[in-house]
Write a protein that binds this ligand. Sequence first.
Ligand SMILES: Cc1ncc(COP(=O)(O)O)c(C=O)c1O
Length: 342
Amino acid sequence: MKTFVNLISDTVTKPDNEMIDYMLNAEVGDDVFKEDPTVNKLELMLCGLFGKESALYFPSGTMANQTAIKIHTQPGDQLICDHFSHIFNYEGGGVSFNSGVSCSLIEGDRGRIKAEQVEKKINPSDFYHSPRTSLVSIENTTNKGGGACYDIRELKKINKVCNKYGFPIHLDGARLWNAMVATDSKPSDYGKLFDTISVCFSKGLGAPVGSALICSKNNYEKALRIRKILGGGMRQSGYLAAAAIYGIENNWEKLKEDHRKAKELSKILIKVRGVKYIYPVETNIIIFEFENEDLKNHFIKNMNNSKIKIISMDKQKLRMVTHRDYNEEQHEYVLESLKKLW
Ligand SMILES: Cc1ncc(COP(=O)(O)O)c(C=O)c1O
């Protein structure tokens, strides 16, 4: 291989020529005045797909999640999420920085929590010594959980618990596109169950930047103000929103290919010397664990010598992520390189 094969994340993709052409031809305006026709088109398209009243374009998934948390909570409140959640682990402490909120953590199954676990974590509303529970946040697929997908039936149960106690439910759907392809579900299935949904265009769909928050009209008005406060109001962002439209229309279905490659990699990886365990591969993320750190470091060195980039997770764990720019030739090359380590 002349250049490195990059498997550290599905965020490493670059727009292809067709996407760039589509972006260049976008009609644009000033989105802070809501006068960008392409951003408006993307937002309308998302409303239609998810069956929600409103959608708002964001520069990043982090900003969309943080905005949702700010909408639903007051300082001093507590939200419930899995201990693997991106909002808890990888958003720079934004939950407390932006919203003054703490997290009550559940040790779920590869990042997935259950309705009965949620119910046990709710603080009684009249017990003023404890933080007020005001939000549940779900991640689908789970990043740190190796791309695991929720069963829609469990999401319905969690939604019921939230309704019973009268608080909202947010979905971090950075890779919801992958979950929908893997579980044969559709956006409106999720639109019905969640008050706010964030989706990313810069992961599997191959856009260079961009996310959106999909919600009610009332929450949209609040999100617009919070996005402004966070500095996320952009001007001629239609050039970027065009990439998202192109990605949804052309690249969504192709995620199946990323999922197939991830499964094929896992079948070979399990035989590599020192690999103790691989999380079941459901989508495009493979998380695997070595018997000890020496074996893990030895593997990283081997991969580096073969010009294959992967990322380290905690302790003995490593992660590989397949994506649009990981082509068949590279895939064959990685499979062969791994076989040499049997
Ligand atoms: C599950 C999940 N949520 C949110 C994000 C944040 O997205 P961004 O990097 O666009 O801020 C990521 C990024 O990897 C993620 O994996």
